[in-house]
Design a protein around this ligand. Structure first.
Ligand code: SF4
Length: 336
């Protein structure tokens, strides 16, 4: 792995007169920590965060911010509409993959007569997605990259909680292709849009894999989870205190709605939600207003049904007309 050059970050930190900084590295870049720390330590007092973090929605805690002038986060890009409490410098990282896309099997696209393609990517694969756009155009496909909303920085960029570039293209496109690793982004995407989503998983030999069946299976499991919540009497509505997941107004609205249904509801703060906390509260149902993927992807860890705000709307307010609605975050509330 090539080392990330911290030159630009050092320059910015010096310009802002920072002295103490908190350094966050995602797991994939943790092997860089000694090099990066050594470089930054020539100029600043650096504290490395050893806790896991979720990306640009999670830049540390109030306690950590009290002791630093700035946060440096590697590997992610900012969420532009978050009002970060201390300056955060995002050192984006692009994975370079020297493999060629020339041999990529496009027969499924041709068989299904998918000619108009919407291209999207997780941030580390922005460059690879650009190369794939060029190749598909050369091979005669029409390719477009969807516009982003205010939670994203680039057109075509996706977060696991925001698929705005795909919504921008869903009417025009015959299908979407997502360049990323694993299925985190592509599964969320297929839950969120109508057209078929294919993932090009950069951690595997290149192939386009449809997410349709996996998403259908996932939706069936989500409906089973939602059905278990129908008779719930005691609801815990969770507000996540990570800066990019903080949706207090939504939680307050939900509590009012639950009470108007004649049921009990409380609001609970959480930074790292643990199933045990809610088991001890004897909650019949948890509504998680932070990262929607906690409810949609990690629900097996919870004994009580755990729903997103949209899933609550679907079953108790009959929203969606029978169609699954992915809970996406457009913006969050400013933290007090
Ligand atoms: S809220 Fe969840 S999906 Fe969205 S950026 Fe944070 S961790 Fe990713």
């Amino acid at each position: 792995m090539a080392y990330v050059d911290p030159g630009r970050v050092i320059e910015k930190l010096r310009e802002m007169g920072a002295r103490r900084i908190l350094l966050q590295l995602p797991d994939g870049l943790k092997p860089q920590v000694f090099h990066y720390f050594a470089e930054l330590s020539k100029y600043f007092n650096v504290i490395v965060s050893s806790s896991g973090f979720y990306g640009a929605c999670d830049t540390g805690t109030m306690d950590e911010w009290k002791n630093v002038d700035a946060v440096v986060q590697l590997g992610h890009t900012e969420i532009p509409n978050i009002d970060y409490k201390v300056p955060v410098i995002f050192d984006e990282y692009t994975y370079r993959d020297e493999r060629s896309f020339n041999e990529l099997d496009l027969s499924e696209l041709r068989e299904k007569k998918y000619n108009r393609i919407s291209m999207a990517y997780s941030i580390q694969y922005r460059e690879s997605a650009g190369k794939l756009v060029e190749l598909l155009r050369k091979k005669g496909f029409e390719v477009s990259v969807g516009k982003h909303d205010t939670r994203l920085k680039y057109d075509g960029q996706l977060l696991g909680c925001n698929f705005s570039p795909l919504h921008d293209q869903d009417r025009w496109a015959d299908c979407h292709i997502i360049v990323s690793t694993g299925v985190f982004h592509s599964l969320g995407a297929q839950l969120s849009v109508d057209k078929e989503v294919f993932v090009l998983d950069m951690s595997e030999p290149f192939r386009l894999r449809s997410m349709k069946e996996e998403a259908d299976r996932h939706i069936r499991r989500r409906y089973a989870n939602m059905a278990r919540a129908l008779d719930a009497q005691k609801f815990v509505v969770v507000v996540d205190t990570k800066i990019g997941q903080y949706r207090m107004k939504l939680a307050e609205k939900m509590v009012a709605e639950i009470r108007s249904m004649g049921r009990e509801a409380i609001i609970a703060y959480s930074n790292e939600s643990s199933p045990v906390e809610f088991e001890n509260m004897m909650a019949d149902c948890i509504i998680f207003t932070g990262c929607p993927r906690v409810a949609t992807d990690d629900f097996d860890r919870y004994r009580s049904p755990i729903l997103t705000a949209q899933e609550f709307n679907m079953i108790f307010k009959k929203k969606g007309n029978g169609k699954y609605i992915m809970d996406e975050i457009v913006n969050v509330d400013p933290m007090p």
